[in-house]
Design a protein around this ligand. Structure first.
Ligand code: SAM
Ligand code: SF4
Length: 363
C-alpha cells in the first residue's frame, strides 16, 4: 500500500510504534467542483462514502475472509467519534450518501449511536447499511429509528447446511428472523446481496429470486471479486452475471430497467412484482467510468478505489489534529488526485494484487 505520508507529526503515545506518521497535504480547492462536490481528475463526482466501522465479524464467509483471521488491535481502529468526524468532513465536502459497513457493522458496540449522528449531518440525503443480518432481529427498530432508510442484507443461500458451510459459523434461521424483523420495522427498501459461486450456490439463483419476490424485496447478484488470499481458487468458483441472467430467464420474464440505486448494479424488473433483480458485475461489466464513491477502512485508510492499493492514512492525521478538520479535508481532496481510472479484477482472480480482505474495505 502506498503511504502518502509527508510530514511526520506527533501521535498519541498509545499509537507509538505502529502508526504511520500523520501525513500533511497542502490545502487545495482544486478537487472541488463549482457545484460543491468532490471531483476527481477524471471528472467523476464523488458523492458516496462507504465507511467500515469494524474489521470484525461474527461470520467467516469463505469468499471474504480466511478461516483464521487476525483482527486489528483496538487502538488501531477508528473510534466512533473519529468515524463521525470523517463522515462529517465528507458530507461538508458534498457527499450526500453514506453507507455504514464492516466487517459486520452491527457487532460494533454503539453502532446505533454513530448512525443517529451521521443521519443528522446537514446535507446528507441517504444513510444506508450493509449487514450480514445476524443482529437484525435485535437492531431493526433502532436502525429505522436512527434514520436508516434502506438496508442491504447479505444472503448467499437458503439452505441451512450450505449457509453454515459458506459462512463457516453462521445460522441461517437467525438471519431469516432478522429479515422478518427488518420487514416489520418498515425500511423503505431491503435488498438481499448474493455473491455467486459456481458449485456453491449457483443452483439456487432461481430460489433466491423467488424468495425475494415472495417478500417483495430486491435482490442483487454479485460477481466474486479477488480481494485477499482466502484459501480457494476463485477462478474455479467464478460465476458471471450473464450466466446468472440466462439461468433466471428460464423461469422469469425479466425486463431491463433504467432504475439505479446510486451504485454499480444494473436492474431488471419482473412484471407484476415489486422486486428488482440487480447484477453487480465488476468482471463482465466494468463500471469504473461512473464510479462515485470512496471507502474508509476500520483503521481509517481512505481508499479511492476498491480494486487498487493506493490509500491515504487518516487515523494519524485525525489524532494529530483532534480539534482541527482542515488537514483532514485537505487529505480528502488530495485523494481525488490519486483515484485510479479503474480496476482490473479479471487478470487478478487467482493471485490478487489487492491483498486486503473485503472485510477490511467493507464491500
Ligand atoms: N458483513 C456485512 C455483510 O456481509 O453484508 C458487510 C460487509 S461485507 C464485506 C459487504 C459485502 O461484500 C457483502 O455483501 C459481501 O457478500 C460482499 N463480499 C465480500 N467479499 C466479497 C468478494 N470477494 N467478492 C464480492 N463480494 C464480496
Ligand atoms: Fe463477515 Fe460480511 Fe465478510 Fe461475511 S461478507 S465474513 S458477513 S464481513
Amino acid at each position: 500500500m502506498r503511504n502518502e505520508s509527508l510530514t511526520p507529526e506527533a501521535v498519541p503515545s498509545a499509537l507509538a510504534g505502529f502508526t504511520p506518521p500523520a501525513p500533511s497535504f497542502p490545502t487545495s480547492a482544486s478537487f472541488r467542483h463549482p457545484a460543491g462536490t468532490l471531483v476527481d481528475k477524471y471528472g467523476r463526482h464523488v458523492t458516496y462514502l462507504r465507511l467500515s466501522i469494524t474489521d470484525r465479524c461474527d461470520f467467516r464467509c469463505s469468499y471474504c475472509m480466511a478461516e483464521e483471521m487476525t483482527f486489528l488491535p483496538r487502538a488501531q481502529v477508528l473510534t466512533l467519534e473519529e468515524c463521525l468526524r470523517i463522515a462529517s468532513a465528507f458530507v461538508d465536502l458534498g457527499v450526500t450518501k453514506v453507507r455504514v459497513t464492516g466487517g459486520e457493522p452491527l457487532v460494533r458496540h454503539n453502532a446505533i449511536w454513530l448512525l443517529e449522528q451521521i443521519a443528522g449531518l446537514p446535507g446528507l440525503k441517504e444513510l444506508v447499511i450493509t449487514t450480514n443480518g445476524s443482529q437484525l432481529d435485535r437492531f431493526s427498530p433502532a436502525l429505522r429509528a436512527a434514520g436508516v432508510k434502506r438496508i442491504n442484507v447479505s444472503l448467499d443461500t437458503l439452505r441451512a447446511d450450505r449457509f453454515r458451510e459458506i459462512t463457516r459459523v453462521g445460522d441461517l434461521r437467525r438471519v431469516l428472523r432478522g429479515l422478518d424483523a427488518a420487514q416489520a420495522a418498515g425500511f423503505e427498501r431491503i435488498k438481499v446481496n448474493t455473491v455467486m459461486m459456481r458449485g456453491a450456490n449457483d443452483d439456487e439463483l432461481i430460489d433466491l429470486v423467488e424468495f425475494a419476490v415472495e417478500r417483495a424485496i430486491d435482490i442483487a447478484f454479485i460477481e466474486e471479486m479477488p480481494l485477499g488470499e482466502i484459501g480457494h481458487a476463485r477462478q474455479s468458483t467464478y460465476f458471471s452475471s450473464q450466466d446468472a441472467l440466462a439461468r433466471l430467464q428460464t423461469r422469469f420474464l425479466l425486463l431491463p430497467s433504467t432504475e439505479t440505486s446510486g451504485g454499480p448494479a444494473r436492474y431488471w424488473r419482473i412484471p407484476g412484482s415489486a422486486t428488482r433483480v440487480g447484477f453487480i458485475s465488476p468482471h463482465s461489466h466494468n463500471f469504473c467510468d461512473t464510479c462515485n464513491r470512496v471507502r474508509i477502512t476500520a483503521r481509517g485508510d481512505l481508499y479511492p478505489c476498491l480494486g487498487n492499493n493506493d490509500a491515504v492514512h487518516l487515523l494519524p492525521l485525525l489524532r494529530a489534529h483532534p480539534t482541527d478538520d482542515g488537514p483532514l479535508r485537505a487529505a480528502i481532496m488530495h485523494t481525488m488526485g490519486i483515484k485510479a481510472k479503474g480496476h482490473d479484477f479479471s487478470s487478478q482472480m487467482d493471485a490478487p494484487q489487492v491483498v486486503r480482505f473485503m472485510s477490511m474495505t467493507g464491500g
